[in-house]
Design a protein around this ligand. Structure first.
Ligand code: ZN
Length: 413
């Protein structure tokens, strides 16, 4: 309604002006050389309006002609996009239905129609992987990795492939590149920690290990790998502080302190280790350098003082007492150990030695020997460093089992 009123008002104004001009009258003269043209004002105005309209129409037609190819292209692209999206949907359905060959065909069609974009490249890689075409999948991941906007996705795919074919150095390199492309990703941190274990890069494994990981063995492994003595000492200290019950770290830390001249500190470390978890290696390190059998018994008493009733403490004292000729002392320790029910085969074999020392070769010894050997065969075997994965026993602790190559599974027991 308002528009109609506006239009009506406009018409009235135009008619008014035209009527005014008609009333006004007048002639416009154009003189070219001797030729003289005279036009009345209304006619001239009508001619100007006609000329303006013709020029306007010509301009519109020209613009339409110039824009025609671009419009045709846009139309074609819109059509292709529509077809491409339909192919993409069919590809997703095929993948969900577990038909990788059909999915590959549809993804290829979609790429032809829409060109390469990150989504299509990723889908290509996944379809190729499903179809078992790892090389083609690699190509798609590499194309993704070359794009600034999808680099991380490409590297992630290549990393997964490298892990799958157990190419650990390549996987580690890819993980580093992915970390640079997108730092601080939790998933990537976990993958890198796993790779560090696989490639036995203990320093990196220690840095990347989650907070709840036992760090002592990793730190000791890093120390063994570290060529710089000061840094190695630091790792050993870290290992000991992380778990004083981990005997190899205790012994290594104490040895480093002793080598630096801090004998008292070294002893104190070994005593702390024994208090946390007695281990024969700690005793060996503590008694090293002391040859006199009686002095060795005295030294061992100092070591075990704060964990006196532990089976290892009793066993150590019994063995040293026997070597020093203190058979009564050895017997009291061993009997207490047998009574506690914690004696293993070592205790019974030591009892055989004790019987021999006390009674010499004779019928009394023979009877006792038979008794203790029987007990030894049914007792627990002596503890060893054993791989929790394959069960192989090792003479000393190692970060990796040399039989099954599993890291971090060798434990005392
Ligand atoms: Zn193993």
């Amino acid at each position: 309604m308002r528009r109609a009123i506006k239009l009506l008002l406009l018409c009235l104004v135009v008619v008014g002006i035209a009527w005014g001009l008609m009333r006004l009258g007048g002639v416009v003269e154009v003189r070219v050389g001797d030729t003289f043209i005279g036009l009345s004002l209304p006619v001239l105005l009508i001619l100007l309006v006609v000329l303006f309209t013709v020029l306007h129409l010509l301009l519109v037609a020209w613009r339409a002609l110039v824009n025609w190819p671009a419009r045709a292209r846009a139309k074609r692209e819109a059509r292709n996009r529509e077809k491409g999206e339909a192919a993409l949907t069919r590809a997703l359905v095929s993948m969900a239905a577990g038909a990788p060959e059909a999915a590959r065909g549809e993804v290829m069609r979609a790429r032809r129609l829409m060109g390469d974009n990150p989504q299509l490249l990723l889908l290509t890689a996944e379809a190729e992987r499903m179809a078992g075409q790892e090389a083609a999948a690699t190509e798609a991941f590499q194309a993704l990795a070359k794009r600034e906007d999808a680099r991380f996705i490409g590297l992630r795919g290549l990393l997964r492939q490298a892990i799958q074919r157990q190419d650990w150095p390549a996987a580690q390199q890819l993980a580093r590149e992915a970390e640079a492309a997108r730092p601080g990703t939790t998933w990537l941190r976990e993958e890198r920690a796993m790779l560090a274990l696989r490639t036995q890069d203990w320093r990196e494994a220690l840095t990347l290990a989650p907070a709840d990981t036992p760090r002592a063995s990793l730190a000791l492994a890093a120390a063994q790998q570290e060529p710089e003595p000061a840094r190695a000492a630091d790792y050993e200290k870290q290992a000991f502080q992380a778990d004083p019950a981990f005997a190899p770290a205790t012994v290594a830390h104490a040895a480093r302190l002793a080598a630096a001249g801090s004998t008292r500190k070294a002893r104190s470390v070994l005593e702390q280790g024994w208090r946390a978890a007695p281990h024969p290696d700690i005793a060996q390190a503590y008694l090293e350098g002391e040859a006199d059998p009686l002095a060795r018994v005295k030294l061992a008493e100092a070591l075990v003082a704060e964990n006196r009733t532990h089976a290892e403490s009793r066993l150590l004292l019994a063995r040293l007492a026997l070597l020093a000729g203190l058979t009564g002392r050895a017997r009291s320790e061993l009997e207490a150990l047998v009574e506690s029910g914690e004696a293993d085969a070592r205790a019974y074999l030591l009892l055989v030695d004790l019987e021999q020392a006390e009674h010499g070769e004779g019928p009394v010894f023979r009877t006792a020997e038979a008794k203790w050997l029987r007990a030894a065969t049914s007792a627990r075997p002596e503890p060893r460093w054993r791989c929790g994965h394959c069960g192989k026993t090792h003479a000393a602790w190692k970060p990796v089992c040399d039989q099954c190559n599993t890291p971090g599974r060798i434990a005392w027991g």
